[in-house]
Design a protein around this ligand. Structure first.
Ligand SMILES: [Ca+2]
Length: 535
């Protein structure tokens, strides 16, 4: 019997419901649409799905602006649809992770509407961060929202409220006990409905300190915190050490309480993964101490260059830092907030890196469409929906490119996603990237993912740590190969643009692209490719 909890080295498939599958022809994906494609998900070889928010929402920020966290937005269906999705997933032995958003509510939430009506000094306003204007009428401080523009919006009576994101997303005041009580109610609501875990949005942001103090470079800081804004790594890291509203010590008290709540469900093994992009990176380990959360996202791979030294450092650091708190790392190459990995580093490189990380200890997260090798969708400005685009007057294009609906079948856009007009256009150039097309092509990205995840489960889950191989690893010299062994498997990635020899032992069992040849007793790894060898 394997006694490790289900999530320990799970592969988790992130579904952005609006973009997955549309069951009723209105052009937007929905919960019955997800349910209808669970066989596809199961056949990928994943263990769980993480559903981005599907709660009641005016949808100004893709559902991360929640107006009622204990109900389903009509665009996605209703609570019975959620129950059916969970039941059908469980029938296939797939766990379900819900995405909760504790940093802020939508301005349409009844609490915020009540706060507007109740006025300054009221207990309704204490659930949020309301402050008076400075004597000269300016906002309480100079912080810039992560979506651009001031972090403060003024209401009719002159007070300002804090929003780290869009003005429609007022930040909650977690010093107020009513806020925690309400979220515990939400957690229990979904656990009782059947979910197996939570992804906690902006988990590091709940406690704010120094709310009245200015920052020395608020615009630079806002840019540094955006995964979709390219920036010199040193400049970014220096700015990220100065964030005044993330990663305060008080957040850990909240998660200790939540952990007790999760553990009270005993054998159901309820888990939680924190979205906590904190600096320096060692701070992330605090979120996965034994009495806190179960996993924390490693964001470094979402911005890392395809470079042996960079990747070695990111991977080694993540493994060793997590080991200090007896936790395993998480690996994600794409998500709904960042450019798709195939666009960011290249198609072949994305396949190579995926196969490389699937061999590593810990949990692998796959963003729906990544398995097809989808690039970012090409979107005209007139079709854009991300609030960032509008709050920056178009200077930052936003995250819509990663959120274009999935192409399923047929030769003509929208490729079976919907019988109506999809909420973001799907390019006709995706004709060969549909599920149907890739299933028919044994060399497709989809088959690579399916084969890799099957081998991962069979040969590597529970196989312990990795050993970097000196014979292939020359990362510190900026060379082209990166290699490790784990259990009976040796994994070699060639990051260069030409084939490279490597003395990896064993039999080739999978390669991300090209053909592995043998020469003088050595293996020849194709350019921009990863191979696994079984001893
Ligand atoms: Ca729909």
């Amino acid at each position: 019997m394997n006694s490790a909890p289900w999530w320990k080295e799970a592969t988790i498939y992130q579904i952005y419901p609006r973009s997955f599958f549309d069951s009723n022809g209105d052009g937007e994906g929905d919960l019955p649409g997800v349910t209808s494609q669970l066989d596809y998900v199961k056949n990928l070889g994943v263990d769980a799905i993480w559903l981005s928010p599907f709660y009641t929402s005016p949808n100004k920020d893709g559902g991360y602006d929640v107006a009622n966290p204990r109900d389903v937005d009509p665009r996605f269906g209703n609570l019975d649809d959620a129950k059916e999705l969970i039941a059908q997933a469980h029938r296939r032995n797939l766990r379900v992770i819900a995405d909760i958003v504790p940093n802020h509510f939508s301005d349409q939430h009844e609490w915020f509407q009540a706060a507007l009506k109740a006025g300054r000094g009221s207990k309704e306003r204490e659930r949020f961060h309301f402050y008076d204007a400075n004597p000269d009428g300016t906002p309480p401080n100079n912080w810039i929202s992560l979506f651009g523009g001031p972090s403060w919006t003024q209401v009719a009576d002159g007070q300002f409220y804090l929003h780290l994101f869009d003005s429609s997303q007022p930040d909650l005041n977690w010093e107020n006990p009513e806020v925690n009580a309400d979220f515990e109610k939400t957690l229990r609501f979904w656990i009782d409905l059947g979910v197996d875990g939570f992804r906690i949005d902006v988990a590091h942001g709940l406690i704010k300190e120094d709310v009245l103090i200015n920052h020395s470079d608020p615009q630079g800081l806002s840019n540094a915190l955006r995964l979709d804004v390219a920036m010199d790594a040193e400049v970014r890291n220096a700015l990220l050490l100065t964030v005044p509203y993330f990663d305060r010590q008080g957040v850990h008290e909240i998660y200790r309480k939540w952990r007790k709540l999760f553990d009270s469900y005993g054998e159901r093994e309820i888990m939680a993964v924190a979205e906590a992009w904190v600096h320096p990176p060692v701070n992330a380990t605090r979120y996965v101490r034994a009495d806190e959360l179960h996993q924390v996202f490693n964001f470094d791979l979402l911005t890392a260059e395809f470079d042996s030294k960079v990747l070695f450092d990111v991977i080694e650091r993540s493994i060793s830092l997590n080991a200090t708190v007896n936790a395993l790392p998480t690996w994600a190459l794409s998500n709904h907030d960042s450019p798709r990995v195939a666009t960011r580093i290249g198609d072949e490189q994305a396949r190579a890196l995926a196969l490389f990380v699937f061999g590593l200890p810990g949990s692998a997260y796959v963003f729906a469409g990544q398995e097809l090798g989808l690039p970012d969708g090409q979107i005209e400005d007139s079709d854009r929906q991300d609030p960032t685009f509008f709050r920056t007057n178009g200077q930052i294009k936003g995250r819509d490119g990663a959120r274009v609906p999935l192409p399923w079948s047929g030769n003509t856009t929208p490729f079976g996603f919907s019988t109506g007009k999809p909420w973001l256009p799907i390019s006709q150039s995706w004709k060969d990237l549909t599920v149907e097309s890739e299933l028919a092509d044994p060399k497709s990205s989809l088959h690579l993912y399916r084969n890799a995840l099957e081998l991962r489960k069979k040969l590597l889950v529970g196989a312990g740590g990795i050993t970097w191989l000196e014979s292939c690893y020359h990362g510190s010299k900026g060379e082209s190969l990166l290699s490790y062994s784990r259990g009976a498997i040796t994994v070699v990635m060639n990051l260069s643009d030409s084939a490279k020899e490597c003395d990896a032992e064993g039999k080739l069992i999978i390669v991300s692209g090209g053909t592995v040849d043998a020469r003088d007793g050595k293996k020849v790894i194709p350019a921009r490719s990863t191979a696994w060898f079984l001893a």
